[in-house]
Design a protein around this ligand. Structure first.
Ligand SMILES: NC(=O)c1ccc[n+]([C@@H]2O[C@H](COP(=O)([O-])OP(=O)(O)OC[C@H]3O[C@@H](n4cnc5c(N)ncnc54)[C@H](OP(=O)(O)O)[C@@H]3O)[C@@H](O)[C@H]2O)c1
Length: 301
């Protein structure tokens, strides 16, 4: 199934390099860039391990990209609690290696980050400049990555925080709910975490927009607008799948025992886009209704 091409103003830089290219977001980003006519060097983990500083510098030098998007990351949130050193090597030092390589090669960089850099105690959307305070090992390592990139590539890097991602490639909550919707019986889902379900297609479009419009360096929140709980998202997916949403029942997070604490509230504000003269991200329901068929088709194939 062909994914939509989000509208982008301005001129897209021609040459791009995407790390972690086998991942869920990277696959849709590479696809979008290619459909927009960019020359993309897509390197998966087998091609480039970003914890290898020398190899990272060589790959960036040889590809001569205008923009590098670092999609490579340790994303196993629970496993990071018992493997923080290993997660930090990828999410912190690895991101720093990419930034140093970009500095040497004269490239700009997009560092993909997360809502988990916040502590989740707010009750209004976190602004791009709100104080960080990760409550999990994963969040701490991603924050270290943000800080390394900002230090090594000041004025030439975009920190792009996203959250609650789903898309046609890779395991994600929407795909899991689709599988459960196809079965029968009750499905319990937590109803006390608030965030922004976000399509990989939306994030890919926002990343290309930043570069095409030459947005100022800095931090941007690349999440869909609006907000939901996992329970609310699950019910929406069930309805879209033609299953009875009443099969989804709410439970508190305390009834699920998981190694990594999750922020209770990680809704992100979007003022950065307006400050850069760009439009606000689309609503999560708009994106979900548009991209749901692609997730469904990927599950069926
Ligand atoms: N998924 C979410 O809900 C979510 C939410 C907020 C932020 N994010 C951020 O969004 C970005 C993309 O996430 P995603 O969901 O697309 O993740 P993903 O599907 O797990 O993709 C990450 C990719 O990075 C690769 N990788 C891991 N270690 C590497 C290394 N040392 N060198 C090179 N590549 C390496 C992985 O390869 P292997 O599979 O072979 O390990 C994988 O292909 C990440 O920065 C993540 O932190 C994601």
């Amino acid at each position: 199934m062909t994914l939509p091409i989000p509208a982008s103003g301005g001129d897209l830089p021609t040459r791009w390099l995407v790390t972690g290219a086998g991942g869920m977001l990277a696959r849709d980003l590479v696809s979008l860039l290619e459909r927009q006519g960019a020359a993309v060097t897509a390197v998966s983990r087998a091609d480039l391990d970003i914890t290898d500083a020398g190899a990272t510098a060589a790959v960036v030098r040889e590809a001569r990209p205008a923009v590098v998007v670092n999609c490579a990351a340790w994303t196993a949130v629970d496993l990071a609690e018992s493997s923080e050193t290993e997660a930090l090597a990828v999410n912190g030092a690895g991101a720093g290696n990419v930034a140093a390589a970009c500095a040497a090669a004269g490239a700009r960089m997009v560092q993909v980050s997360t809502d988990y850099v916040f502590d989740g105690t707010a009750r209004a959307p976190y602004s791009e400049t709100a104080p960080t305070g990760p409550v999990s090992a994963y969040g701490r390592t991603k924050l270290a990555g943000e800080q390394a990139v900002a230090r090594l590539l000041p004025g030439r890097s975009w920190i792009v925080r996203t959250a609650w991602l789903y898309g046609p490639h890779g395991g994600n909550f929407v795909a899991t709910m689709l599988r459960l919707a196809a079965g029968s019986g009750e499905v319990t889902v937590v109803n006390d975490q608030h965030g922004q379900p976000t399509s990989t297609v939306t994030v890919a479009g926002l990343i290309t927009e930043l570069a095409a419009r030459e947005a100022p360096a800095g931090t941007y929140h690349a999440t869909c607008s609006g907000q939901a709980t996992w329970f609310g998202l699950a019910r929406e997916v069930f309805a879209l799948a033609g299953a009875d949403p009443a099969r989804v029942t709410p439970i508190p997070s305390t009834s699920m025992s998981r190694p990594a604490p999750r922020p209770a509230y990680s809704v992100l504000g979007h003022d950065g886009w307006a400050r850069a003269g760009l439009g606000a991200p689309e609503h999560w329901q708009t994106a979900l209704h548009r991209d749901f068929p692609a997730v469904l088709a990927a599950r069926a194939s």
